[in-house]
Design a protein around this ligand. Sequence first.
Ligand SMILES: CC(C)(COP(=O)(O)OP(=O)(O)OC[C@H]1O[C@@H](n2cnc3c(N)ncnc32)[C@H](O)[C@@H]1OP(=O)(O)O)[C@@H](O)C(=O)NCCC(=O)NCCS
Length: 176
Amino acid sequence: MIIETPRLFVKPINADDKNDLKMLYKDIKAWNYLGGARSPENIETGIKEQIYPSEKDVYWAVRKRDGTFIGNVSLTPHHDGEYTEISYIFLSEQWGKGFAFEAVSEIVNYAFFVLNFEILVAETQSANSASCKLLQRLGFTEEKRLMRFNAEQILYIRENHVCSNSFMSAGRGNIT
Ligand SMILES: CC(C)(COP(=O)(O)OP(=O)(O)OC[C@H]1O[C@@H](n2cnc3c(N)ncnc32)[C@H](O)[C@@H]1OP(=O)(O)O)[C@@H](O)C(=O)NCCC(=O)NCCS
């Protein structure tokens, strides 16, 4: 299943994405609010988890239409167990161009309209203003604040009937 947006392709991760995932793990800026730089062992484990996901996890690679890898998006069980969490990491050189919004809004659509989820959650450090802004633009609202991984986190939630203006105007991608 490949999702096309005006500028991007969003495709489930496979073994061909290994080197691009390595590059993403080595982008220290991208891991600033996610626990910082990873050890080589942790990177190997993380890449394996994405290439060979458990049946509850889905990982997508996001590429520009010319094939350039720019980031990933995932749906995985949330730490607290009840709901599915949407997460995303983009190469720092690709921030500020609207690519994350374009890709993540399509995965939100996919979760609600193809997988028929009722609720999606996202957890992000309150200090991570770019991530908080993205979630708000996607129609997520703050549910609560909590401490996890030695930092204040905001749990955001979106029910599938909520359509923010920016989400509606993002334009629906094609699923093939
Ligand atoms: C969180 C993250 C994905 C946000 O990326 P981003 O590029 O800021 O997000 P968006 O795609 O929504 O882009 C928004 C910015 O692009 C600008 N932009 C430029 N062209 C645009 C376009 N065509 N469409 C929309 N926005 C555009 C917007 O004005 C906005 O800029 P601003 O932040 O100065 O207001 C990114 O910071 C990241 O990967 N961080 C590291 C990983 C992480 O922390 N993940 C969160 C935990 S799960």
